[in-house]
Design a protein around this ligand. Structure first.
Ligand code: NAP
Length: 490
């Protein structure tokens, strides 16, 4: 590791998967003037903010880890949220990234200043402090801002209301009459967990989801951990093998082949095999293709919803009253606690930060028709500002850690050019961005996400905010920047 001759001042916003990956990549390349600003009181991103009962990652642990920080000894094949968050803390410490970290440092604005003498970003924190940077890396996540449903009377409820992404540890659940709203990955996990201790649980489901069965409570055998620990090369081979296998799975969502049909059939059988009551099964059957929404995986939900203290409610919610929820069939459901598992405003990215680029253009102006970036990372009008896991990131198909690492390595190119003095500002062109996004729309046509369902993947204009290509294409697109796609100031 050699120190860069002109070490750029880099601000990374966010200390989740994307921010940690960027920080690790940049420091390994010798860049040291780094500040990681994290608005939370701890690191881990979604694994810090989400602490709801039953939180488990439905991606196997041996894939859901940084390639540069393999962990042999996960307790389970699918790890819990708390174990994953601890892993993020450990990685920061192990690689000395914590020395760059500032917690409870919320960025409210970032403005690009350009004058004869040069240019830089001015970043403002919620407490008024201002910092300057040559590069701003927005690693602010996708599933970040909780979506609170607009239900009449919600604020009048006399019991407690909690969103899963802002779980309040003081909330009592044992022996309570609980409503859970929403049936995405979160709703399914939280119902499975709370059913065990609730007096009664009502799961309010507006549109059912397909739920793939998987043995998510399986422990990882100690022997496996020991073998992986003793043989790091074998561990790396396992990780790479799993990534390659997940590439095959990505093909399932990208192309309408027999593989997709097989997985879809497995989803249908998962329901058929576990739910015998025809009425309940009908209520739980979605009217769109399996895999169209982010696939829910669970080995416990169908059993939980059939327990005597559980009920599926598919009647429309009319209003919340001080004592519970009234549905369209006229029934009033008496409750102590309402759990909102209603998802996220997934297309905000770094907003509501006020981001002002070249010539006063704001991010809200640039994204008035929805978030658009070039190859997930660069935005016209915003020199030296990049996103990691930004628009069109492959949240539905490719390892996020892998994608963040590829993007961060791609950005190293510009950091090195800055360091050697050959570039002081770099901005992607409108033309390259439009061309990339036109390609995305074409490539999205055969994907399962485009088969007619409503999901958080969709932008307001109904385009799918995901990555429609395979892993090899991602690696190629993020190998070396094409200078023709950028406007460069020396
Ligand atoms: P989500 O998938 O967006 O699901 C939100 C749910 O809330 C949907 O069932 C939605 O119904 C319902 N909903 C929203 N507004 C409503 C309203 N006004 N009235 C009634 N129902 C309403 O959110 P999520 O479950 O939090 O999951 C988001 C993503 O987080 C997942 O897709 C996944 O990528 C990630 N996640 C991952 C894990 C993991 O294990 N790796 C765990 C949890 C979450 P409609 O479908 O009718 O809109």
């Amino acid at each position: 590791m050699t120190a860069a001759p002109r070490d750029p001042r880099i601000i990374i916003i966010g200390a989740g998967v994307a921010g940690i990956t960027a920080a690790h990549t940049f420091t390994q390349a010798g860049f040291t003037k780094l500040t990681i600003l994290e608005k939370g009181s701890d690191v881990g991103g979604v694994w810090h903010w989400n602490r709801y009962p039953g939180l488990t990652c439905d991606v196997p642990s041996q894939i859901y880890q940084f390639g540069f920080a393999p962990k042999p000894d996960w307790s389970h094949m699918w790890a819990s949220g708390s174990e994953i968050q601890q892993y993020h803390r450990d990685v920061l410490e192990r690689f000395g990234l914590d020395r760059y970290l500032r917690l409870n440092a919320e960025v409210v604005a970032a403005e690009y200043e350009s004058a004869d003498g040069g240019q830089q970003w001015r970043v403002r924190l919620a407490d008024g402090e201002e910092l300057e940077a040559d590069f701003v890396i927005c690693a602010t996540g996708v599933l970040h801002h909780p979506s609170i449903p607009d239900i009449p009377g919600l604020e009048s409820f006399s019991g407690e209301v909690v969103h899963t992404a802002r779980w309040d540890d003081s909330v009592q659940t044992r022996g309570k009459r609980i409503a859970v709203l929403g049936t995405g990955s979160t709703g399914v996990q939280v119902v499975s967990a709370l059913q065990r201790e609730a007096a009664h649980i009502s799961h309010f489901v507006r549109s059912p989801q397909w739920i793939l069965w998987a043995p998510m409570t399986l422990r990882q055998p100690r022997l496996v951990a020991e073998l992986l620990r003793r043989a790091p090369r074998a561990h790396d081979a396992v990780h790479q093998g799993l990534l390659a296998f997940s590439g095959v799975l990505a093909d399932v969502v990208l192309r309408p082949t027999w593989r997709r049909r097989a997985v879809q059939e497995y989803a249908r059988q998962s329901l058929r095999a576990q739910v015998r009551d025809p009425k309940l099964r009908t209520q739980l059957t979605p009217d769109y293709q399996p895999l169209c929404k982010r696939q829910v995986v669970s080995g416990t939900y169908y059993r939980a919803i059939q327990r005597p203290n559980a009920a599926l409610v598919t009647d429309e919610i009319v209003e919340v009253t001080p004592t519970g929820i009234t549905t369209a069939d006229g029934r009033h459901h008496e409750l102590d606690l309402i759990v909102l598992a209603t998802g996220f405003a997934a297309h905000n990215y770094m907003r509501p930060m006020h981001v002002v680029g070249r010539d006063g253009i704001t991010l809200d102006d640039a994204w008035v028709k929805g978030p658009k970036a070039y190859r997930m990372t660069a935005i016209p009008g915003f020199p030296n500002l990049f996103t990691v896991l930004g628009p069109n990131s492959p949240t539905g198909s490719i390892s996020l850690q892998y994608s963040a690492e590829r993007t961060s390595k791609y950005l190293l190119h510009w950091l090195r050019k800055f360091a050697d003095g050959s570039v002081s500002a770099v901005e992607v062109t409108e033309e390259a961005t439009d061309e990339f996004n036109a390609g995305v729309i074409d490539a999205m046509a055969p994907t399962v996400w485009n088969t007619g369902c409503n999901s958080w993947y969709l932008n307001e204009d109904n385009t799918v905010d995901l990555w429609p290509y395979d892993r090899a294409t991602l690696a190629t697109m993020l190998s070396v920047p094409d200078p023709r796609d950028y406007r460069i100031t020396r």
